[in-house]
Design a protein around this ligand. Structure first.
Ligand SMILES: NC(=O)c1ccc[n+]([C@@H]2O[C@H](COP(=O)([O-])OP(=O)(O)OC[C@H]3O[C@@H](n4cnc5c(N)ncnc54)[C@H](OP(=O)(O)O)[C@@H]3O)[C@@H](O)[C@H]2O)c1
Length: 257
């Protein structure tokens, strides 16, 4: 049985991935998220090819439960997309310990654990896509935890891609800029947030799948994000951080009060 596993399948980018995966020759698409009603809606839309798993991936037990299903059914996993994630935007003192732990457990730990659990069921020609972000290109004060987590995912994915070359499995870090999904907060401490270069989830998902099939270790959508990537490589990181603080000065000032 040939399958794809997609986390965060009910979200903005996840839903776009399902749309493309449904056109592939797959026996099942394993869709993971917490909200069963939203998962049911996917099943209604795409039919029997969708198999749903209502799980909180910030809990290690969920990964172990999925491992047990894999061991029982022995599918061939053609595609793993670690897409589930939450945004955590603010200064270090905006979050309590539980929020910080949940962020790291979902955006970082679950990606590594799920990848390790799924890898034994992949073979030559299989692909892994991990959702990183443009925010991974440099340190970003005031979205520090989010950007640092995404930097981990990018670095982890690119190294793993090298390690898996012999096995014929590709690992792609998808590094988009801002995408128009429910994840993006509209304001911070009463200050409206603007998202330059906003792109659509369908464009990002399409490019990520294309780049994964080409075996690329990074997928960067849009000229705007490519230019940011180049700037982050060429300029000293202190300069990039200062620029970031300048364009977000209204937000920074709410914290200086
Ligand atoms: N939007 C952007 O601007 C942007 C830019 C760069 C990268 N990204 C990354 O792209 C990925 C998807 O983002 P998105 O914008 O599509 O977000 P989204 O619309 O908020 O969707 C998030 C998805 O993750 C699931 N999810 C959240 N917490 C979960 C948990 N604890 N366990 C299992 N599933 C969980 C959600 O479903 P349930 O709530 O039902 O669990 C939903 O399906 C994230 O990794 C994000 O960091 C987003």
């Amino acid at each position: 049985m040939n399958i794809a596993i997609l986390t965060g399948a009910t979200g903005g980018i996840g839903a776009a991935f399902v749309e493309y995966l449904a056109k592939e020759k797959l026996d099942q698409i394993w869709c993971i998220a917490r909200n069963q009603k939203k998962l049911d809606a996917l099943k209604q839309k795409y039919g029997q090819v969708i198999r749903t798993f209502s799980m909180d991936l910030s809990l290690e037990q969920s990964i172990l439960d999925l491992q047990a299903v894999l061991q029982e059914e022995q599918p061939s996993v053609k595609m793993l997309i670690n897409n589930a994630g939450i945004a955590i935007i603010g200064r270090f003192d905006d979050f309590d310990l539980a929020t910080t732990r949940t962020y790291i457990d979902l955006n970082v730990k679950s990606v590594v654990l799920l990848t390790e659990v799924v890898m034994p069921f992949m073979d030559s020609g299989s692909h892994i896509i991990n959702m990183s972000s443009q925010s991974s290109f440099q340190p970003l004060p005031f979205i520090n935890l989010y950007a640092s987590g995404k930097a981990f995912i990018r670095s982890y994915s690119r190294s793993l891609n090298q390690e898996l070359k012999g096995a014929g499995i590709s690992v792609t870090a998808c590094c988009p800029g801002w995408i128009d999904t429910p994840m993006l907060p509209k304001e911070y401490n009463g200050v409206q947030i603007k998202y330059p270069g906003l792109s659509q989830p369908e464009e990002v998902a399409k490019k990520a799948l294309k780049d994964a099939k080409k075996g690329k270790d990074m997928s960067v959508y849009s000229l705007y994000v490519k230019a940011q990537h180049l700037a982050a490589k060429l300029l000293p990181q202190k300069v990039v951080m200062k620029y970031w603080l300048f364009i977000n000065r209204k937000i920074v000032q709410t914290k200086k009060k």
